[in-house]
Ligand binder design. Structure first.
Ligand code: BGC
Length: 419
């Protein structure tokens, strides 16, 4: 046999071995459904992917594009209905509870107990990660929606300071527009408008009202004059955006702030992930501050990985995935890139920037004062079916010339009738 032929045969044998090896590895794989496709999100996701690889498992990536996860939830429903759930799914609050109630989530108590999750996950997150006492999801982080991200160069150039009241915010916008910048970068998608609404309701009514209206779904609060004030804020915010906002993705809106086209964006702190990815620093290139009227409050959400009931042979992969998600070092690295703060309370905050540190301080303070409340826009306030209905009302209002009084009436009626 010629030397060349021998080499080719050896190569062929190696490849065959490799293929058999990868067929084995195929079983040691974990399919993860998520919607993290922006630059900052993908960078953070890589931390999880790398850790899974380190543990000898292959990551089967199933991204479903669409900020806020609206598309993901639709696709997931269909997959679950056809009896083909993924091993792990990024999900938010009440949607986890909904699936747990339907008996579709598997119990991950064994790994949770072994790793002592109950001691390090704060109770407001455990409320959603556990169902009837059993762990069904693993929380990776805590995000907050009542943030404004601002371009520091524009603020410096126009000698602006962060607004402390809603009227002041509108006042700044005039100055910003006259200088040729867009006051507010916004993406016209229902979940982004819902994110504005989290802020407007908290600002107009404070934490007690926010809870009554959006968490307790109290009909009086939903149809109240205070709710009208929240819609008035939404109406004014609508005048601060550029004409091309419709359908724009949130990260493109963030890019407008990064590139000095727009002065501000009202968005959860995943926006910070985009600044981090672009190499920008807080208080140097950008500012982070609370939406006026919401200082001291913390509208929270947490990205969690829910474990569906899967075939027995996939259970070990599922356990490995949740163990990765809950790893202390992974949580630190992940949140540094994602813009969030870790779900675990035992992660040191020294590597975090000023916005991250502020988030941690505010979280603790808000938790003590009763101002730590779940985000309506991101699934932590009301069941998903109601959330969809409310989002429609809010988005319709933002994109029409309805009056705040009409929208308030429509909101109360839509929640009462579920449509
Ligand atoms: C998720 C974030 C994500 C954002 C934008 C939110 O619902 O919690 O992790 O970055 O949507 O896609």
């Amino acid at each position: 046999m010629s030397k060349l032929r021998k080499n080719v045969m050896m190569l062929a044998m190696l490849c065959a071995g490799g293929a058999a090896g990868s067929a084995g590895a195929e079983q040691k794989s974990v399919e993860v459904v998520h919607w993290w496709t922006s630059g900052g999100e993908a960078a953070a996701l890589k931390v999880l992917k790398d850790d899974i690889a380190r543990r000898g498992y292959a990551w089967k990536d199933s991204p479903i594009v669409g900020g806020g996860g609206d598309q993901e939830r639709i696709v997931l429903r269909a997959r679950v209905a056809s009896g083909n759930p993924p091993d792990a799914v990024q999900l938010l609050g009440m949607t986890i509870t909904d699936y747990a109630k339907e008996g579709l989530l598997g119990n991950i108590d064994a790994v949770a107990q072994k790793e002592g999750w109950a001691q390090v996950v704060p109770p407001p997150l455990q409320k959603f990660a556990r169902f009837k006492g059993h762990w069904v999801a693993a929380p990776v982080n805590v995000h907050r929606t009542n943030w404004i991200w601002a371009n520091k160069a524009i603020f410096d150039e126009l000698k602006l300071t962060p607004p402390t009241s809603f009227d002041e915010l509108v006042g700044l916008a005039d100055t910003i527009r006259k200088a040729g910048y867009i006051p507010l970068a916004h993406g016209g998608q229902p979940w982004q408008e819902a994110t504005l609404f989290d802020n407007a309701v908290m600002s107009a009514g404070g934490p007690k009202f926010y809870k009554q209206a959006l968490i307790d779904l109290d009909p009086k609060a939903l149809g109240s004059k205070t709710m009208e004030k929240a819609f008035e804020q939404m109406q004014k915010l609508r005048t601060l955006v550029d004409p091309h906002f419709s359908g724009r993705d949130w990260n493109l809106a963030t890019a407008m702030v990064i590139h000095k086209k727009a002065a501000m964006q009202i968005m959860g702190d995943w926006a910070k992930g985009e600044f981090v990815k672009a190499g920008k620093k807080p208080n140097v290139d950008y500012l982070c501050f609370q939406y006026p009227g919401t200082a001291g409050t913390f509208i929270f959400l947490s990205d969690q990985f829910a474990s569906f009931k899967v075939k027995e042979q996939q259970r070990p992969s599922q356990m490995v995935l949740v163990s990765t998600v809950m790893d202390r070092e992974v949580q630190e690295k992940f949140s540094l890139l994602k813009g969030s703060i870790p779900a675990r309370t035992d992660v040191q905050m020294d590597k975090f920037d000023d916005c991250g540190k502020q988030s941690m301080v505010d979280l603790k303070q808000a938790s003590r004062s009763g101002a730590l409340l779940g985000s309506f826009a991101h699934g932590y306030a009301m069941p998903e079916a109601t959330q969809v209905v409310v989002k429609n009302v809010v988005s319709q209002f933002f994109n029409s010339d309805q009056s705040p009084a009409q929208a308030t009436r429509q909101l109360a009626s839509a929640v009462a009738h579920g449509m």
